[in-house]
Design a protein around this ligand. Structure first.
Ligand SMILES: [Zn+2]
Length: 497
């Protein structure tokens, strides 16, 4: 081989070497690229996995949170539903209790009517309806012409004061002793009458009122339905005015509306502090009826009768009481003067509370005069009552005669009885005198009369010590009579208030 060939050969040899190196470089380069690619792939896969993990974690967290929220919401809904159910149950129980109260007062129709508005599927409701239907079917009609009517004055709240008045007040003991009844005596009478089956009815329950062709009210015998053996009676209280002369003598001072919206009384203690509670007939009778709802026929309460000259219910509502002594107000010096219009406004809510609570309100004349007096005298008094008392207590068709003095004999009121005609024109239809017979009822087309029995110190004393026996059909006097009563005024008296 020549030099050139050798050179060429060498050059070829070198280029082969170079090529091998180049190939080697390229191979390495490819390997590196593959490696890088693989790494990138791994990174990508890893990244993807992490991302998936994040998404999954996020989703799970969100889901958990959402389910927790859902759970809370469901719980709240459940609680709300439970609360509503309890509320419904409470309301139902209240209505059932109300129905029971109506039925206890012999108002089975009212009770059944109420129950029928309640869920028909309640077993309690159905059972009650059936029980009340059965009870209603067993009622018997009372004879309204043999219904007794008993009456009281303001009750003695603290007999230790009333029976022991001294000095210039001592003269009052005799009168108080005769015509008053103590709260404890009253409670004893209620308990015994209840035990004997007496049930208090309204004076208006004695009659059915319909209208004739001239638009006038016509009275016929009422239909009082009671269980066998139960006996209806009417009650009234006279002079519910809390007269000035009684202040400090052991009696309530006025009627007020209690915290529960029902009428109650105030009493002024010797130290001048005022307390509210059962210090007279209205709240005491209410407490008894609350405890014994079957003592009151369809929610009946008593009749309260008012004169006007000292105002009503302890409110000084008479215009004369605003006058000074110089202007002719005899009470001004001792008891002061009153803003009678403000007193009227203060009395009105009490009047409304009484009416809402089932009490009937009546006239007892304006000036506590006998209605057996001359027509002119009665007319003047009756007009004054309409002007000065009806404006406070509202219109009434009941007249409770002062002193029990009737405007006629036991015979029917006649058309030529001027006083009767005048009082009838004023709207009076129910006339009550005082009569010691067990009952006396006169129901005529255009009026109703009833005799009333005084259950007071005099009557009880006469039964207990003089053998009068005028009360034994109602109660046993010996168990009731306040043995701390003095004798003053009890033996020799034969009047009535
Ligand atoms: Zn009187």
């Amino acid at each position: 081989m020549d030099e050139k060939e050798k050179k060429e050969k060498k050059s070829t040899k070198m280029s082969e070497e170079e090529r091998r190196r180049m190939l080697e470089r390229k191979r390495r380069e490819r390997a590196r690229q593959r490696k890088r690619k693989a790494m990138m792939m791994r990174a990508a896969v890893l990244g993807g996995l992490v991302l998936v993990l994040i998404v999954v974690v996020a989703a799970v967290t969100l889901g958990v949170r959402k389910s927790k929220h859902n759970k809370e919401e469901a719980l709240a809904q459940q609680e709300q539903a439970q609360k509503e159910e309890e509320e419904k149950q409470k309301q139902l129980e209240g209505q059932l209790a109300q129905a029971d109260r109506l039925a206890a007062g012999y108002d089975y129709d009212g009770a059944i009517e109420l129950l029928q508005t309640l869920a028909k599927d309640g077993a309690d409701v159905q059972e009650r309806i059936e029980n009340f239907e059965t009870a209603k079917a067993s009622l018997v009609e009372a004879d309204v012409e043999t219904v007794p009517h008993v009456f009281f004055h303001i009750l003695v709240a603290d007999p230790s004061i009333t029976w022991n008045l001294s000095g210039e007040d001592e003269y009052k003991i005799g009168d108080y002793n005769q015509v008053m009844t103590t709260i404890d005596e009253f409670k004893g009478i209620l308990q015994q009458m209840y035990d004997r089956g007496y049930v208090l009815v309204r004076l208006h329950d004695l009659v059915e009122e319909t209208e004739n062709e001239n638009g006038e009210t016509v009275y016929t015998k009422g239909k009082i339905m009671l269980p066998e053996g139960k006996k209806p009676f009417v009650m009234s209280q006279d002079d519910v005015c809390y007269y000035f002369y009684m202040i400090g003598d052991g009696y309530a001072s006025k009627m007020v509306v209690g915290e529960d919206g029902r009428p109650t009384t105030e009493y002024i203690n010797a130290d001048g502090s005022t307390v509210t509670g059962p210090y007279d007939l209205v709240p005491v009778l209410n407490e008894f009826i609350d405890e014994h709802p079957d003592f009151s026929y369809k929610g009946a309460k008593a009749v309260l009768a008012f004169t006007g000259y000292n105002g009503v219910l302890g409110y000084r509502t008479d215009p004369d009481l605003a006058k000074t002594a110089e202007e002719g107000n005899d009470n001004a010096d001792e008891y002061g003067t009153f803003d009678y219009e403000a007193e009227i406004e203060a009395a009105k809510p009490v009047v409304q509370a009484l009416k809402d609570d089932g009490w009937e309100l009546a006239s007892h004349s304006y000036g506590h005069i006998s209605y057996g007096s001359s027509f002119e005298k009665v007319k003047e008094d009756a007009d004054k009552w309409q002007e000065r008392v009806a404006n406070v207590i509202g219109p009434t068709d009941i007249l409770i005669f002062p002193f029990g003095t009737d405007i006629g004999s036991w015979n029917e009121y006649s058309q030529d009885n001027q006083t009767y005609q005048y009082l009838h024109d004023q709207g009076f239809r129910f006339f009550c005198n005082v009569d010691s017979n067990p009952y006396w009822v006169q129901i005529r087309e255009d009026y109703v009369r009833q005799g009333r029995r005084n259950l007071d110190g005099y009557r009880m004393y006469q039964d207990l010590y003089n053998g009068a026996d005028k009360l034994s059909d109602l109660f046993d006097v010996s168990q009731v009579f306040d043995k701390n009563r003095p004798e003053t005024g009890l033996q020799i008296w034969d009047g009535a208030e």
